[in-house]
Design a protein around this ligand. Structure first.
Ligand SMILES: Cc1ncc(COP(=O)(O)O)c(C=O)c1O
Length: 334
């Protein structure tokens, strides 16, 4: 693990790479009481020439800094942390699996460690990074999911913290997730507002591909209005789609009403979630206010568990991540 301590008097200490070990904190440490915790999630990939690659890690550093700032946790230099991370990964390179689809999951975390029950900014903090090899999300091809459009709980709201990757956003989402699972749904489709705007899917960003009322093919994802986590995968899919220039690409509000209407009129083409873990998670159904909506996957081949556009994004991103498609997003760890 990589560990860097901070205190308000001396600032950051020297980074230390050491064996994975327990962290010793007093029960009064602020992280245990007021959720002074933010984190990141990214992966290291091994290409066929045994290079270790990261995918747009500067975006994770930027988001990590933003999350830390939201919790008044200490500022840090994202470029310097990325250098530390690269040294750490290089030292642990034997843990990066070589097979395509496998990777090393990297989890940076920053916690407030001051012993205090007073609610205020922490005067001590610990930044640490741990990692673990992970297998492919889809071992036997895509597995499309069914969602419960959740109307009893809200993940994020205007002026809240939905756009920060902080622990406090995640624990409250587990109860709705368990309830959805008990009803046979793999994820919650998080909605917001009186008109049931689509926000995110589980811990993923959400994309809808449809023919809009003007007859244009349009890829829609909700805008970064403060309720949406700025996913690295989300940004990458938007950039790829814009570079293909084959259909309209919109970051705009989209409501369940619009999706239901498009579905009823045969204009809904695909829906999928996106995130580092799965890259693309095709959606085959949504249960919304007592109704089951079937979401199309691949009309040409009903046995396919992903629509053609979801698959195309998946193939493009995996190709870039494993260095098969040369791209500036894939950074070789020196
Ligand atoms: C709430 C939430 N939304 C979206 C994402 C997807 O973000 P990314 O593509 O950076 O993994 C994540 C995962 O980090 C998440 O936790």
């Amino acid at each position: 693990m990589l560990a860097i301590e901070w205190n308000a008097n001396q600032g950051w200490s020297d980074p230390i790479i050491k064996p994975y070990e327990k962290i010793s904190l007093e029960p009064s440490a602020m992280v245990f009481h007021y959720s002074f915790e933010c984190f990141e999630g990214l992966k290291a990939y091994k290409d066929k020439d045994s290079n270790i690659r990261l995918f747009r890690p500067e975006l994770n550093m930027k988001r990590f800094k933003k999350s830390a700032a939201r919790l008044s946790l200490p500022h840090f230099n994202g470029d310097e942390l990325l250098e530390c991370l690269k040294k750490f990964i290089r030292l642990d390179e034997h843990w990066v699996p070589a097979e395509k689809g496998y990777s090393l999951y990297i989890r940076p975390s920053l916690i407030g460690t001051q012993e205090s029950l007073g609610v205020g900014a922490t005067s001590r903090a610990l930044l640490f990074i741990i990692c673990s090899p992970v297998g492919p999300y889809y071992k036997t091809g895509f597995k499309a999911v069914r969602l419960l459009a959740t109307t009893d709980y809200v993940r994020a709201w205007p002026g809240g913290t939905g756009d920060a990757k902080i622990g406090g956003n995640y624990a409250p989402c587990v109860k709705p997730q368990i309830e959805a699972a008990e009803r046979g749904f793999q994820q919650n489709l998080w909605l917001f507002g009186a008109d049931d705007e689509i926000t995110e899917v589980g811990t993923m960003n959400c994309f809808v591909l449809l023919k809009n009322e003007q007859g244009e093919t349009e890829l829609v994802t909700p805008p970064l209005d403060g309720t949406i986590l700025a996913g690295v995968t989300r940004d990458s899919i938007l950039s790829l789609a814009r570079s293909w220039n084959e259909f309209k690409v919109s970051e705009r509000k989209i409501t369940m009403l619009e999706v239901v209407k498009a579905q009823e009129e045969g204009r809904l083409l695909e829906m999928f979630g996106t995130g580092t873990a799965c890259i693309v998670s095709p959606i085959k159904g949504v249960h919304y206010r007592g109704r089951d909506l079937d979401i199309p996957l691949d009309p040409k081949n009903p046995s396919n568990n992903a629509g053609p556009t979801a698959k195309r994004f998946m193939d493009a991103l995996v190709g870039i991540q494993y260095g098969e498609i040369p791209h500036e997003w894939s950074v070789i760890v020196p």
